[in-house]
Design a protein around this ligand. Structure first.
Ligand SMILES: Nc1ncnc2c1ncn2[C@@H]1O[C@H](COP(=O)(O)OP(=O)(O)OP(=O)(O)O)[C@@H](O)[C@H]1O
Ligand SMILES: [Mg+2]
Length: 326
């Protein structure tokens, strides 16, 4: 199950992603945690000290390896150089599974020990000023999109992505790559305006969007969110002393997380698990092709000097059965 946490800057995306990841680890589920945000904070939120967080390999710098591996023997992709972030898998492509070992994880993922078990952590890598506003900016988060498009995850496997809600995820197909998107919103007008913008983009693509209220202080806050987002409000989280202690560098055991917040995390998991029933691999494949053709036309063909539309394998549908057959 692919899960995104999005929302306004500072709303609590990283905090809630990290709590959800800790919750999943505590119940023994296999988890890949991905930091796809411009600000790389997920590692520290999962308890890594500064040195270890700084040593995490950057996916954005390992694109050639990722592309080369995923291309496999797909005859429609002439070389890894002609792969862009939206190049879809086809016959011959290598797919990724959550629990396996493969060269992509060897190179880009690092284990993080949490209460209950280890998760794999992958990060896009820090962004420099030179990345902003130019195509290579996209290529960094592009590594995540490429992996999601080649990932065949099953019912009880979780890929949790800490994202920005910025317009960059709309320019690419990133925002359509998830079984469910949790939009973290504080009970403020700004928090809610990001929700509206997201909802607008999401509508045409059948993106499942649920709001997680954060830093909610009482009934008035809940009423405000309910009035603004209606039934999309899934659950609310209040101020957490556990989180505060963690940020002071003194993480308590996860079992000591406040009961109400633990309940909220359980509810997130239930919501994710229910989303499996609505999963549609054909639509998933169709949408990746849609964004690939769009990117090919707007910059990809020109940049690679190839006709990238020819990379689309018209008979290929990503899915658990394809993965099982390989
Ligand atoms: N429920 C909470 N209880 C206590 N502190 C919280 C809670 N949610 C968020 N915070 C604090 O608020 C600050 C911002 O949270 P966080 O870094 O998770 O937001 P973000 O949306 O990931 O921000 P950015 O856009 O910068 O990535 C952090 O210091 C975090 O510890
Ligand atoms: Mg963050």
């Amino acid at each position: 199950m692919k899960i995104a946490f999005v929302g306004k800057g500072g709303s609590g995306k990283t905090t809630l992603s990290s709590l959800f990841i800790r919750h999943l680890a505590a119940v023994g589920a296999p988890v890949i945690a991905i930091d796809a945000d411009i600000n790389q904070h997920l590692g520290p939120a999962l308890g890594l000290d500064e040195t270890r967080a700084a040593e995490l390999p950057a996916m954005g710098e390992r694109l050639p390896l990722i592309k080369d591996y995923l291309r496999g023997s797909n005859p429609r992709i002439a070389s890894a150089d002609t792969m862009i972030k939206t190049t879809p898998p086809g016959e011959g492509s290598r797919l990724l599974r959550v629990g396996e070992n493969n060269p992509v994880y060897d190179s880009c993922a690092r284990p993080v020990e949490l209460d209950g078990g280890a998760v794999r952590l992958m990060v896009t890598g820090p962004f420099t000023d030179a990345d902003l506003g130019v195509a290579c900016y996209h290529s960094k988060t592009g590594a995540v999109e490429l992996c999601l498009n080649h990932l065949v995850d099953g019912r009880d496997e979780y890929v949790v992505v800490d994202m920005t809600a910025g317009s960059d995820s709309f320019a690419s197909g990133m925002f359509t790559r998830f079984d469910i998107t949790f939009l973290v919103a504080e009970p403020t007008r700004k928090g809610v305006s990001v929700y509206r913008q997201y909802k607008e983009y999401a509508r045409d693509f059948g993106v499942e969007l649920k709001v997680v209220g954060n830093k909610v202080q009482g009934a008035e806050d809940i009423d405000f969110l309910r009035a603004e987002v209606g039934d999309d409000l899934l659950v609310t989280v209040g101020h957490s002393d556990w989180v505060r202690a963690m940020e002071k560098g003194r993480p308590p055991r996860f079992t000591l997380l406040e009961d109400t917040n633990r309940d909220a995390l359980r509810q997130l998991q239930t919501t994710v698990d229910t989303a499996y029933e609505r999963r549609d691999w054909e639509r998933y494949t169709r949408q990746m092709v849609h964004f690939h053709l769009k990117n090919a036309q707007s910059w990809g063909n020109e940049r690679t000097g190839a006709d990238l539309a020819a990379q689309v394998d018209p008979h290929f549908v990503l899915g658990e059965s394809v993965a099982a057959a390989v």
